[in-house]
Design a protein around this ligand. Sequence first.
Ligand code: FAD
Length: 550
Amino acid sequence: MTASVRARVSDLAARELDLLVIGGGITGAGVLRDAAMRGLKVALVERADFGAGTSSRSSRLIHGGLRYLEHRQWRLVFEALHERAILLRLAPHLVRSLAFVFPVYRGDRVPRWKLALGLALYRVLAAGGNVPRPRIFGKAGMLSLEPNLRVRGLTGGGLYHDAQCDDARLVIATIRSATRHGALALNYASVRGLVTEAGRLVGADVEDLAGEAGEGGRETAVIKASVIVNATGPWTDQVRRLEDPTASPLLRLTSGGHIVVRRSRLGHTRGITFTSPVDGRVMFVLPMGDFSYVGTTDRDFEGDPAEVRLTDADRQYLLRSVNGLFPHAHLSEEDVVSTWAGVRPLLAADPTAHPDAVSREHRIVRGPLGMVTVTGGKLTTFRRMAGEVVDQVFRHLGIEPRVAATETEPLVGGESAAWGSFLQGGVDLGIPAATIDHLVHHFGTEAAAIINLVRTDRQLMHRIHPDHPAMAAEVVHVVRREMAVRVADVLSRRLHLTTETADGGRAAARPVAELMGREAGWSADRVEQEALRFETGDAAAKNSLESPPP
Ligand code: FAD
């Protein structure tokens, strides 16, 4: 058995922490990295797996948000475009430039002149931003770029560049970058309550959910820290009420979802931004290997964010919208390979605004006992938000803020985009080209470590699923280095078989459970139980990534 990198709750409790971060989505991960790089003693606890909340359910774009220009949110767009340029450098394996077309039809809410103006402004706000210049095309030009678009009513459109990312892996890479600077991070560790002394917040009561109840695995401990940051996304108000049961809500929650279909059914090569022929909302069709995902929906959400699902009405709306754009595809329910939905933690500034128009800006507030809450924002702006939060933490600690190279130090795996040399090693071992490609886009320079695993044990070159390029060595790697605890952690957030195979990754559940069991020393019963947990759970079902555990 190889020791896992996962710490225990008691390891965290044994430390004198400056800062404890609650929530392991992109917001908490960013705060952890920033604080660790600035020399604070910091730890993070996440109730489910890292990124299992909203941060693995986004549209996976690192973008300024062309549509926010319509709402005149210049500052948000400017800051997000600045962050896009930084993230393209920090994690070139996870954040990549993507060409988009934006077709325009007669009678569209956004006519061609307005699009041309918007793209020019987008370019100016990006100040270049290491992406090519946008271009405007007539009808023939648009069809030469994407011949399967609806022809009727097409007046032309634009070609521009934005960036696409792997949201869940961005969270994991950010957390691992923090742990390289001495931070501790624990998934499946839930904050049940806050601990005060003399009217001041001094820690959190945390339960370890990774072990099985009844086998002595459910350890609890009080983790003490000088400052606590609440970065729990859609759960923000729930956690604020642990400090102040009368706290009025900061958030307005809206749900958003996507459907995944085979790319060959649509026949597009670029990302496509379009206004829905159903209701004029701006939507996307985005390439993801052999698949395309279409999204999003945006409607007010009530209830438990862990229970969010794409509704039948949302699914029909997405199908009707994409069929309006690609009329030859005639997509039906049977074409939907998988779906996912998430809850946006938006600021409750204007309760009368349409969900689409609610600001994506963020807010940092301090509670009556001292807890710092950060909420709102976007995946794209996590690094900037984190910097502001940690500045406040320094203020509460009464120390002069230090600076750190968060803008230039690459995330784990992003140290170089010159992958050629070590990948040759993989080719020489006989690793297929599709798997090498998969390694690069998931692990960047860490692919070298995975290739080394294959060098020492050729059995690890086997695919874990007949229809997917991922190989066994990747499973070993994510258990040893990325704190994967459950089968879904591997198949959903780390390797994405849940959305990239027609059976939601089910065929891989057993081989993955066996490989994980070998690493973690599981009994045969436990292997069986973990495989079953995945096979019968939501992650493998067609409708969702699995929910965080209660
Ligand atoms: P989360 O990722 O939800 O993380 C909060 C974490 O806190 C969760 O993992 C949860 O388990 C944990 N937690 C809760 N309670 C506790 C507790 N008691 N103890 C311990 N942990 C706890 N942004 C972009 O920039 N680009 C996009 O393309 C984009 N598309 C989107 C599309 C959709 C459909 C949605 C819903 C959002 C999109 N966003 C996008 C926004 C972006 O995804 C979110 O702003 C971001 O992921 C929020 O991250 P977070 O860390 O604040 O929240």
